[in-house]
Each structure stands twice: as C-alpha cells, then as structure tokens.
Ligand binder design. Sequence first.
Ligand code: PEP
Ligand code: MN
Length: 340
Amino acid sequence: MLIVMKQGASASEIDAVTNHLRDLGLTAQEIPGQNCTLLGVSGGDVDSVDLNTFRTYSGVQQVLNVTSPFKLSGREYKRDDTIVSLPGRPAVKFGGRKVVVIAGPCSVEGRGQALALARELKAAGVNVMRGGLFKPRTSPFSFQGLEDEGFRILEEIRALGMKFVTEAVDEHSLEMVEAHADMIQIGARNMQNFSLLKRVGKSRLPVMLKRGMSATLEDLLMAADYILSGGNANVVLCERGIRTFARHTRNTLDLSLIPAIKELSHLPIIVDPSHATGDRRYVPPMALAAIAAGADGVMVEVHSDPNCALSDGAQSLYPAQFRELLPQMRAVAQAVGREI
Ligand code: PEP
Ligand code: MN
C-alpha cells in the first residue's frame, strides 16, 4: 500500500498517519518525492487494512493499493510514462518521442582515443557518449579501467557538448561519476547490489540500470524501486541480454522485455545490443530490432580500432559501421512513429 500525502502536508499530518499505521502493526517508509511525500506501507497484515481509514486523514491525497511486487516503478503507482532528462543543450530525453542513441567505447582507454572518437560521434549527431572508467571485469587480470585518472578526459569530452554516461561500482566510483558525468550506469553485475542502489537513490544524477544477467522483469523493477524509494525518480532501464543455453551469442537479447516493461512500468527502457550479442556482426540488426520493438534508446559500443581495444573489441563497431547504422535506425524509428 502507498499513501500519497498532499503537497505541503505538515510533519504533524504525516506523523498522525504513521502513528496510526504503527498502532495497526504496520511500518511506514517515508519516500521523498519531487512534489510530495509518499509513505510506503509494509509489514503485518497490510492486505487486510481498510484503505478508507486513511483516505479521510488530513493531508492525505490518495491511498493506493499496489498489488504488484514492484511498487514505485509500476503503472499502478504512476500511469503516465516517465521522461528522464539529461539537462543541458541539447537536452536529452529518454521516454519521449525521440529514441536516444548512446555510443562509445567499452572502456575509456586514453585521452587521444576517447577525444577523437567523441569528436567523430558528435559530428555524426550523437549527443550521449558511453565509456567505462571502473570496469567490472570477469577476470582480475583483465584491464580494470583508468579509474580516477580518466575523469579529466570526461571533462574535455563534455566541453564538446557531449553528455557522458559511465559506470559506478561502489561508493568511491559513484562520487567520481557524480562529480564528472551526466548519468550513472549501474551494470548488470551490480543490479542487485542493494546498498549501491540505495546510495544511487540519493543521487541527483539520472541512472541507467542494466538488467542483471539472470534477472527477471520483476527483479529488475524491484531493483529500480530501490533507487526510486530513495527519492531519485530518474531511472532508465537497460536490457543487455541474459544468460541462456544458447552459445551463438554472448548473451540472449530478450526483446520481449520491452513491450512487457511498457505495459507494466512507466520507466523508459533502452537496449544494449553490444553486450547482448558480443559480436559486431549482430549488433546492427539487433539495434534496429530494438527500435522496432519500442525501445526508448540504444547503447552501442564503437571503437576506432576494435582489434586493439582493451575490452570488448569483438562487439565494438567500427566508426564507419556505426555511421552506416545511424540512418537505418532513423528509418526504423520513423516507421514506428518515433524519431532520432
Ligand atoms: C558496460 O556496459 O560497460 C557493461 C559492463 O555492461 P554490463 O554491465 O551489461 O555487462
Ligand atoms: Mn563492454
């Protein structure tokens, strides 16, 4: 159950509600919203509580009986699509008519590499770049990222008018991302790092939350709830493939997640066909399919010299391939009533 307090509800009005809930053996978690305070009610026998009791309390706007396991990310709580903006010029909006294209290397490898690619992408019309500085690698002997040293490069890239999304893996990297980037990426491996999600919920930056490699739709939306319940309403989901028995691709891209999420959640969803397939030959068709299926964006790995990339070269597109893909993505977007 969710109790939505009126905008400007006083502390004593909130206290009156929470005290009554406590008397009923229930707990209320205060969720700071942009315009109002929410009370997330749990514990005890919450389903048997008569919601009308609270509807008449002073300061209460609405009482919602949310039946799904995910609460704040579901349409039972919020019917209208959420639009997540990266402020600035041009503003980037996830979840509107425009399909957002994010491109860049798997890892930021150095100043020259990243800046040259940023200029190339900018010239092609891309406004959001990706690139990891803290890399959660499967082996400790693989390249771990430039870490703190690389953030100076991001500042130079952002000075070109490019927005930057990069991954945070812990408290320290999150502080660096908050200080030097436009969007926090939470990777597949950390989708259920609940302490990290709670901390990200307190951040002022929008978040891209990638689906864990064996996460269900419910798992993903409950992970998003961790961020939303901290007061950060700006969450973009990302399908990046899941582990299945199929071995012809690195993961299996679950495109059916897109319409299912659109039905059940108000949050925008983008697709990462690079990590989903692990093979640059399959990235363009899957990027096009994602847009056709209703994705609010695609995130594609691009590298100027993939054979020498320090991570994920095999799935990185050559810049020329990416330039060829862009007009195709525009055409598909247009065919489904969207725009790039
Ligand atoms: C990434 O996008 O850099 C990444 C590591 O992807 P994932 O978390 O989906 O594996
Ligand atoms: Mn990668």
